[in-house]
Design a protein. Structure first.
Length: 327
């Protein structure tokens, strides 16, 4: 990401914080009919104020405190907007959580929560990939080893296999069910997508699910010799051209893979249960390397934040049926 592209990305996120803070300051929530956001109880009383003067409330049923405000980035956070402004630069630069925490003088847990909150906001405004009739798309897959990275001591999740320490070789050679398939595509106009598609080698049924809604009938697909594509393209009504890997016909897709793996390398491994968020983060950063014609479409706006800390803390990794684990 060049200096100009970096500044565009930072500016879009700063506008989000400015708008959120401005809206919160001018239109505070009314105190009539305050209900606890956790248990829904109306038996609440006033309990002090936040640093910005916002009234806090205490629920007499679940004994938790809260503020009566919209669920946006600023209103959910006790941090000052200036801290968020510093964090935005770290976020765009894809710095590790510990370095983000050090630069912004926050805890490691807060640094992680801020990252998740920003990703939740930007993924709502990602351009939707759609290849119309006559548009050519290069398709390929990349594979990532399943990862259970994270601290599992406080949650209910238990590792279904012995822990793999960094540098531990895979237990099975080649592509196996212990690797997560990520289907990727790059269109003629430079737009791209990455989507998770199960375990191991891509199958026809999984290819149809991954590409459905992305490729219109009459579109053109260029792929390697993977066996899953002919049947899937016939079902989707897409014209297929398959080529050898050394023909360089899908170089755009291969370049996307290289950029994506470079993006992940800075985090020293990403948990599979968080992979979908990091796919969105990577695609969002990539939009700023394109031309400036549709930059307004990529602007992030203030929207409600649906997920809570508990929602993120108790996420079950995908595709756990392989290990005999059910949600």
């Amino acid at each position: 990401m060049s200096a100009t592209e970096r500044q565009r990305a930072i500016s879009s996120l700063r506008d989000l914080i400015y708008e959120d803070a401005y809206t919160h300051a001018l239109h505070p929530a009314a105190d009539d009919g305050v209900a606890c956001p956790r248990c829904g109880s109306l038996d609440v009383v006033r309990k002090g104020h936040d640093h910005d003067g916002t009234q806090r409330w205490l629920c007499k049923d679940c004994h938790r405190t809260f503020r009566n405000a919209a669920d946006t980035i600023i209103t959910r956070s006790k941090l000052r907007p200036a801290v968020w402004m510093r964090y935005l630069e770290c976020f765009v630069d894809c710095l590790p959580l510990r370095e983000c925490a050090s630069r912004c003088h926050i805890s490691l847990r807060t640094s992680w929560l801020m990252r998740m909150r920003l990703i939740e906001s930007i993924r709502r405004h990602l351009p939707r990939f759609h290849a119309a009739a006559g548009c050519a798309v290069q398709l390929d897959e990349t594979y990532l080893r399943e990862s259970f990275k994270g601290n599992h001591r406080r949650g209910k999740f238990r590792l279904p296999r012995p822990a793999h320490h960094r540098g531990t070789p895979a237990s099975k050679r080649g592509l196996s069910k212990e690797q997560i398939c990520v289907v990727t595509g790059v269109a003629d106009d430079g737009s791209a997508f990455l989507t998770m598609s199960g375990r191991g080698l891509l199958s026809k049924s999984r290819a149809i699910i991954a590409l459905g809604g992305k490729l219109a009938r009459g579109a053109y697909a260029i792929t390697d010799k993977a066996a899953a594509y002919p049947g899937a393209m016939e079902t989707l009504g897409v014209t297929l051209t398959q080529t050898e890997a050394d023909d360089h016909a899908i170089n755009r897709a291969n370049t996307l893979h290289s950029l994506f793996h470079g993006f992940l390398s800075g985090f020293r491994g990403v948990s599979t249960k968080r992979l979908d968020e990091y796919l969105a983060w990577f695609l969002w950063r990539r939009t700023y390397t394109q031309d400036r014609e549709s930059i307004a479409v990529r602007q992030v706006n203030v929207t409600p934040c649906d997920n809570t800390v508990r929602d993120w803390a108790h996420v079950m990794p995908p595709y756990m049926d392989y290990w005999g684990v059910t949600a």
